[in-house]
Design a protein around this ligand. Sequence first.
Ligand code: GLA
Length: 382
Amino acid sequence: MQIEGSIFFVAAFLAGFAASQGAPQEDGVRKEPSLQKLFRNYFSIGFGSSVLDEPRSKLLRHHASVVTCENDLKIHRLRPGRDEWHWDKADAWLLWVESLGLEPVGHTLVWPHHMPRWVEELIADGAWTRAQALAWQRNHIQEVLLRYRGRIRTWDVVNEALGDESETVSDGVFLRRDPWSDLCGVDYVIEAFRAAREAAPDAVLIYNDYGLEGAAKRAQLFKLLKILEEAGCRPDAIGLQGHHNLEGYSTADIEQAICEIHAVGYPIHITELDISIHPSQTPPDAQSRGTIEAGPAAARKPLSREIAGRQAERYRDLFEVFLRHSDKIERVGFWNTDDANSWLNNFPVVGRPDYPLLFDERLMPKPAFFAVTDLVKMKRSD
Ligand code: GLA
């Protein structure tokens, strides 16, 4: 089994490497097999994207069934000033996804860690009570959902609420510390799902977070879900972001998270998959210099064969888990389309190139692409 796996892997690696050395695909016509077709019987394939150019549109049309709005529906983008709504970019993004014939995913209605600055200033000045803040949040959610009613049917309602014991504790749940959770406690999560359900009763409403592969944070998730269930505000699914690197969570950890969350009644969406080539530990001052926006890195060198091979192996291991549990997984979505466009080129260190995706900076498939496609082809021929 081990030997067969290694032979398969080396073959996939060489095939991928050869392909990634080839000339860019002429006329942007994609020649590699389509991810969404290959995985159609298992789960849908998504990408977080907001680069509306032609080559990436072609890539998405070929490989995706779902596209998540990378930034333009976030609250700090839609509400940069107290009486301002900036809809233009989100509207344009949605028209673009519709023009590609793909399913849009709204991300994200509430992300307490990235509230507009003016909101945080009001809170710091003590100008808002909890009730006022929650009423504002409710109004925000309803405005957004009503504007896109019938067009966006899947929403990340709350992003990254959970924290650890050193952060904000509310109703026995550890919340990530920020002014919003300090003011509103767990009520903001309950009220967000309540408002979203009222405005979009038929939408798929997701709670999305990172680190749920760790048992401690997952225990907090289960407490939060109990509170939401008791309040009659149950999400429809759980989003596992899936920002990984070459080490980090083992496949056993990831598998356990999928199984345990599904066992308590929630389908899984892998919402933001990427595999950084850098270790997760970063220089102590680097975090603050990073940005959450995708963007080009300074100088890019080709990825070494050794790292490309390790990354391919890691992707293959993850997809083995996803395929084994495809009855529990609705979607596997990548965060950004290609290495040139990844947010990780600017996080946690601005301008440090990263290579976390299946497509390189010329949008060519990498060894990791062939590792996952060969895996699913093998499964289909079983
Ligand atoms: C988090 C958020 C995403 C995105 C990524 C980085 O995972 O959920 O919206 O900002 O960080 O780009």
